[in-house]
Design a protein around this ligand. Structure first.
Ligand code: ADP
Ligand code: MG
Length: 381
């Protein structure tokens, strides 16, 4: 992809790029809808990535993507949220966010390429933002790294694009490391890379994109965030993270209405499940032990947080019935992908089982691949 992006850049702009940068998509191993509740998340960066070829330009920035027909232009010194629509807002938004943090951002030409399916819950948007940010920062010779960079990319997505996302996707795309998951306390923003090598246990982490497309910009995600905020206020805590597992039943009783109660139950139990999984990974125990925890997360997202759709439930159920040790939806829900932990020897059987179940239900065929924990955003050349 690196070579193709550079060649396409040269063809489109009539000169070679000054460099090529990449940032990965992610799957979340566990910790869903916890990031905006100050809780814990455990994503891993994928080998699927966005690649950006770029070079300085005079007077204006131009953005092209091999996956999108429309070409957009903006001026880095003056661009504002109303100026850029569509996918190019993810690029212009980074220039805007850098500028509003006081950094001087020169204009540049960009050529984007990617093998992350869009809207599959694998975070193509954060990968795009992080790859562009790395490119802009290197071209401008700035020193912005790690979590500061992730925060900046999230601000571009929240305040320029207008998509209300938490910080998990950007942190995973920045802090990813080969053979590790990224454990984040989203309150303190302390990040720890924890070893996760399923192959060392004869296991595969399978990803199945259900092809049911989510739309984060629509109301459901914002509504979940709002309900969580209201529940925290009703309980008199800064965030739902502050409700300890031992106080859950009492807190549930204090909340008005079944919806708020179910949302609280998910967030509190999900935070506990993240810590369970982390302790298994740290202990070096057999990874099969996390299987039931993954499946419990899915049940909670289905029954208490109500963010699954039939495709996600059918994919999880059919993977489990075919012998997976655990399976869950990953990402925000309302479509997107599932992950399943299974014996590598059973991979084909599980894939076939999910495909057959989809066919029986009349769903579009799922797209499956094996997840490999990969490095975070970086310069390729
Ligand atoms: P995801 O779960 O994939 O992050 P989002 O809806 O958050 O889904 O982001 C998808 C959006 O990101 C696309 O609609 C597009 O605007 C942008 N995007 C992602 N990948 C590309 C790409 N390769 N080229 C151009 N835009 C992209
Ligand atoms: Mg996204």
């Amino acid at each position: 992809m690196e070579t193709a992006a550079a060649a396409e850049f040269t063809r489109a702009y009539g000169r070679p790029p000054a460099g090529v940068w990449a940032a990965p998509g992610r799957v979340n191993l566990i910790g869903e809808h916890t990031d905006y509740n100050d809780g814990f998340v455990l994503p891993m960066a994928l080998h699927r990535q966005v690649v950006v070829a770029a070079a300085p330009a005079a007077g204006r920035s131009t953005v092209r993507s091999r996956q999108q027909a429309d070409v957009a232009e903006f001026r880095a010194v003056s661009v504002e949220p109303a100026d850029v629509a569509g996918w190019a807002a993810y690029v212009a938004g980074v220039a805007w966010a850098l500028r509003s943090d006081g950094y001087a951002v020169p204009d540049a030409d960009f050529l984007v390429d990617s093998d992350i399916p869009v809207g599959a819950g694998l975070s193509s948007s954060a990968a795009l933002g992080c790859a562009v940010a790395r490119a802009m920062i290197d071209l401008a010779e700035l020193e912005v790294h790690g979590t500061e960079l992730a925060l900046l990319v999230r601000r571009a997505e929240n305040d320029f694009v207008g998509a209300p996302t938490g910080l998990m996707d950007q942190l995973a795309s920045i802090h990813g490391r080969t053979g590790h998951v990224v454990f984040v306390d989203t309150r303190s923003l302390v990040v720890e890379q924890v070893p996760f090598v399923p192959a060392a246990h004869g296991l595969t982490l399978l990803v199945a994109d259900t092809r049911a497309r989510h739309q984060l910009v629509d109301g459901q995600y914002a509504q979940r965030r709002q309900t969580c905020r209201s529940a925290a206020r009703a309980l008199g805590v800064p965030a739902l993270r502050d409700v300890p597992m031992d106080d859950l039943e009492e807190a549930v009783r204090r909340l008005p209405g079944q919806t708020m109660r179910r949302r609280l139950r998910h967030v509190v139990t999900e935070n506990a499940r993240v810590l369970d999984v982390v302790s298994v990974l740290r202990s070096g125990r057999d990874l099969r032990a996390i299987g039931p925890v993954l499946s419990a997360s899915h049940a909670s997202l289905r029954d208490d947080f109500e963010v699954t759709v039939p495709q996600l439930d059918v994919a999880v159920d059919s993977a489990l019935a075919a012998g997976a040790y655990g399976a869950r939806m990953t990402g925000g829900g309302f479509g997107g992908s599932i992950i399943a932990l299974l014996d590598s020897r059973r991979r084909d059987e599980v894939v076939t089982a999910v495909e057959n179940a989809f066919q029986r239900c009349g769903f579009d065929p799922p797209a499956t691949f094996t997840a490999a924990a990969s490095p975070g955003a970086r310069r390729l050349s």
